[in-house]
Design a protein around this ligand. Structure first.
Ligand code: SF4
Length: 382
């Protein structure tokens, strides 16, 4: 059987956060019902290859937990009808505090969902308000408690550092509050000021200064951002979490298999508005136009057959995101050629610069390489 990962996009949120450029928006119940109906049709119509086994399913968004739990269960049921599932498949639902109830969580469990990813972002009320989040820290505590009570033993908490006005001590306080709850997994990303968001209007000048390495007025400077990153790593490692990817930490055995599959370039099929897929060396995405999607025209226009060179590039810059790096054997197996043959000069240069290091089996980022990972990744373009 061929392993396949499934991504389901649920684009609905209670309201838009001030920094968010994801494909997400508020919608009424009628719209949500119509969307789920179309999602079920899309799954039903997919021409599967008959020999796939589903290793992971990830309901992302948006905020999947704004839907009635029965809708999520129905989508999962449709997937189970269509595909064979691994016995231990990892099935994750992204959710936000303030949208979870004991009933919802019970239905999730009954449907076979075994992992939750809760978007907290900050444990500080002021920061939550600034971000435009719909919830308080207390709401999060209640959601977390309910999730544990419902039997969820694999929970991720999403956090965000380098927020406007944030200082190291405040970030430490957020980390410590979350660590006290001992979730199995923590994702800690730095805020990126995205074009087209309210934050862009407010902080774009500062973001540019930060890019140029200059002093910022409201955003933490590049150096402060790096200090926050180091603090995250140190504090989490002291509490038993291993950093297995640039921004992801897990207790032993709880790395997110779905995301690891993405960084390892395993095949995935996305269903729902704008969802991307990588199947049979083809990359394609669904339409991002909700009206087209609801009319049953879910296919997008962009479809691209990846060249061997593009696959090599992706193998390197996605794989290097992982702490363990890219294995020489994996590269050889995939492409029938040694990594050193394709990338000899780049590897030597980056090693000389102290950005990469080699073990017998793998090549991986050093601490300095992690700090300027985008520069390192660009070096692997062929
Ligand atoms: S909850 Fe997430 S997806 Fe929804 S608006 Fe906020 S950041 Fe965007």
């Amino acid at each position: 059987m061929r392993p396949l990962q499934i991504y389901i996009h649920i684009p609905f949120c209670v309201k838009k956060c001030a920094y968010c450029d994801f494909l997400s928006f508020a919608a009424d119940e009628k719209m949500k019902r119509a969307y789920i109906g179309m999602l079920l049709q899309e799954i039903e119509a997919w021409q599967d290859r008959g020999d796939e086994s589903i290793s992971t399913v990830f309901f992302g968004g948006g905020t999947p937990s704004v839907l009635p739990a029965e809708a999520i269960a129905a989508v999962l049921e449709a997937l189970k009808k269509k595909f064979t599932f691994d016995r231990d498949a990892e099935i994750t639902v992204e959710c936000n505090p303030g949208t979870l109830t004991a009933d919802k969580l019970r239905i999730y469990r009954q449907a076979g969902i075994n992992r939750l990813s809760i978007g907290l972002q900050s444990a500080q009320e002021e920061e939550l308000r600034l971000l435009g989040r719909i919830h308080t820290w207390e709401d999060f505590l209640e959601s977390f408690r309910l999730a544990r009570q419902a039997g969820f033993g694999n929970i991720n908490v999403d956090l965000m550092s380098a927020l406007p006005g944030q200082r190291l001590a405040i970030w430490r306080d957020t980390l410590e509050k979350v660590l006290a709850l001992a979730p199995e997994h923590i994702s800690a990303y730095s805020l990126i000021i995205e074009e087209g968001t309210p934050f862009y209007g407010r902080y774009q000048e500062d973001a540019r200064r930060r890019e140029r390495g200059e002093e910022c007025q409201i955003l933490p400077s590049e150096d402060e951002e790096r200090e926050m990153y180091r603090l995250t790593e140190t504090l989490l490692e002291e509490h038993g979490y291993a950093r297995y990817e640039i921004s992801n930490y897990a207790l032993p055995g709880f790395a997110c298999r779905h995301n690891c599959g993405y960084w390892e370039r395993r095949e995935y099929k996305g269903f729902g508005l704008g969802a991307a897929s990588l199947v049979d060396h083809m990359r394609f995405s669904n339409t991002t136009d909700l009206h087209r999607y609801l009319e049953g025209n879910w296919e997008g226009e962009a479809q691209e057959r990846l060249t061997r060179e593009e696959e090599m590039e992706e193998t390197m810059f996605l794989g290097l995101r992982m702490r363990e790096g890219v294995s020489f054997a994996h590269f050889r197996q995939q492409f029938g050629v040694e990594m050193e043959t394709v990338y000899r000069e780049v590897l030597q240069k980056l090693e000389r610069q102290g950005l990469l290091e080699q073990t017998k089996e793998t090549v991986r980022l050093t601490e300095r390489g992690t700090d300027i990972s985008n520069y390192v990744f660009a070096e692997f373009l062929l």
